[in-house]
Write a new protein. Structure first.
Length: 260
């Protein structure tokens, strides 16, 4: 025994090339998990996997587009080839967008659902059955505070994250008693490249510098500050621990913001 809580466990982190996913990959690896880091951009996932291997951990970079059924099936085969068994799945791949309702094109709506909701469904369907057969598994879906409540100008993103929560709760019930737990974490604004893009857009629209865009975002969200990716990762790891029996939960991690 190494004393690390996830020693030897095989984990897949989608969207692991940067932001929250990269922090989750680091945190799982620090607890002894063997980690597959997955996303579309090869250079980013290889960078994170190399960093983990550089610290003496086992890690692999496997490309996958979670919106594509065949790509997820290939990730399944390759991840099992690397890890033997996948025991932990972090459905983190996602994307956000903002626009007033009348400017949301059908393709924008479909893109939000494809990456946030369909990706979570496809990856869970790929890995959960084997976890149940082996009587242990941990699935954590990265949703959002706007999966718990509405917000202006993100109807498509918010609806897709609400879908992630409905999916989480339903699959948690379906797998009750199998040793597989399914939970969601719901971050507010997190300091990642995604939020950088959001702030750049707000700044450009309002004609203000980043600091003012940030103050605007924090003011409307009720957050004291941006949450760090490491804070989200710590909660994800908590839900993956051997002893964690929590399932079907949606946990807020939002630096002071409350879901209404
Ligand atoms: P980033 O944009 O920084 O990272 C997103 C990751 O997802 C990247 O690795 C990206 O890699 C990957 N990704 C995007 N599309 C796909 C796809 N089709 N297939 C596979 N991978 C994909 O975002 P964050 O780290 O900020 O966000 C991570 C998650 O957290 C998302 O689900 C997001 O909705 C959620 N979240 C973020 C918040 C924030 O404030 N930042 C707040 C609440 C929730 P690549 O493009 O190379 O595929």
């Amino acid at each position: 025994m190494t004393g690390l809580s996830l020693a030897g466990r095989g984990a897949v982190v989608t969207g692991g090339g940067r932001g929250i996913g990269a922090a989750v990959a680091r945190a799982l690896s620090a607890e002894g998990a063997r980690v597959v880091v997955s996303a579309r951009t090869k250079k980013e996932i290889e960078g994170v996997a190399a960093e983990l291997r550089g610290r003496g951990a086992e890690a692999w970079a496997l490309q996958c587009d979670v919106t594509d059924e065949a790509s997820v099936a290939r990730l399944g085969r390759e991840a099992r080839g690397a890890l033997g068994h996948v025991e932990i799945l972090i459905n983190n791949a996602g994307d956000s967008a903002s626009a007033p309702l009348r400017k949301i094109a059908l393709r924008d709506w479909e893109r939000m659902f494809a990456v946030n909701a369909t990706g979570t469904f496809l990856c869970t369907r790929e890995f959960a059955p084997e976890m149940a057969e082996r009587r242990w598994g941990r699935i954590v879906n990265v949703a959002s505070i706007v999966g718990l409540e509405g917000a202006k100008y993100v109807a498509h993103y918010s609806a897709a994250k609400h879908a992630v929560l409905g999916f989480t709760r339903s699959v948690a019930l379906e797998f009750e008693g199998t040793g597989v737990t399914v939970n969601a974490v719901c971050p507010g604004y997190v300091d990642t490249p995604m939020t950088d893009r959001t702030l750049a857009n707000i700044g450009a629209r309002a004609g203000v510098p980043r600091a003012e865009a940030l103050a605007l975002v924090l003011g409307t969200s009720g957050q004291d500050r941006l949450t760090t990716a490491e804070e989200v990762a710590a909660l994800v790891v908590e839900l993956c621990r051997e002893e964690s029996g929590r399932t079907g939960e949606a946990l807020l991690v939002s630096s002071g913001a409350r879901a209404r």
